[in-house]
Design a protein around this ligand. Sequence first.
Ligand SMILES: *[C@@H]1O[C@H](CO)[C@@H](O)[C@H](O)[C@H]1NC(C)=O
Ligand SMILES: *[C@@H]1O[C@H](CO)[C@@H](O)[C@H](O)[C@H]1NC(C)=O
Length: 217
Amino acid sequence: MANQIILLISVIALSFALVAFAFEPSPLQDFCVADSLSSARVNGQACKNPASVGASDFSFSGLHLPGNTSNPNGSKVTPVTVSQLPGLNTLGISMVRIDYAPWGTNPPHTHPRATEILTVVEGSIQVGFVTSNPGNALITKTLQKGDVFVFPVGLVHFQRNVGNGNAVAIAALSSQNPGVITVANAVFGSNPAISADILAKAFQVDTSVVDQLQAKF
Ligand SMILES: *[C@@H]1O[C@H](CO)[C@@H](O)[C@H](O)[C@H]1NC(C)=O
Ligand SMILES: *[C@@H]1O[C@H](CO)[C@@H](O)[C@H](O)[C@H]1NC(C)=O
């Protein structure tokens, strides 16, 4: 009996430890506005003196403005992370506006530190994510205005405007600094390049195909 209780306590303690590792730590004060001038190396950014903090540290303006989608993706992400809004430091949250030209895409990418919850405010958007190995199941759906979709942390996901008009989405992310890894850029556009023979094996193609893809970045 005593052994079972010890085991139960261990399991509970371990699950709390896992929560602590998997998500940004809880704040230990009301706020810690990012001090962009500090040279301190900490996980996140150092705090500004709370006495010199004001409303501008907690606000951002401009998310009503459409992003410029005249680029090969036909989409534009306007981020509001700790870089744009210093008050987000240590709070484990941020947001983006995403604009899509007709048939524009936000290409396959992952956020290493955040789950993303997205809502469509204009147009129709096909969204999807792919589950981990070995299943690699594609979970996809076409969303209309007002629909909400969640992309679980770390999974490769994408969006595509499936309408002839512009589309707009607003998304929240569970990190002050979610990070983005765009799959094509990371794999074919790394600096320096990954050896073509490695990618040729990974994609089961000739190295000339890899050379062609790497040349695009
Ligand atoms: C949008 O971006 C394109 C390509 O960089 C540029 O030529 C164009 O002037 C931009 N449009 C606006 C309104 O800024
Ligand atoms: C498409 O968008 C991604 C993520 O925003 C960016 O990293 C990439 O450079 C873009 N690709 C092209 C071809 O513009």
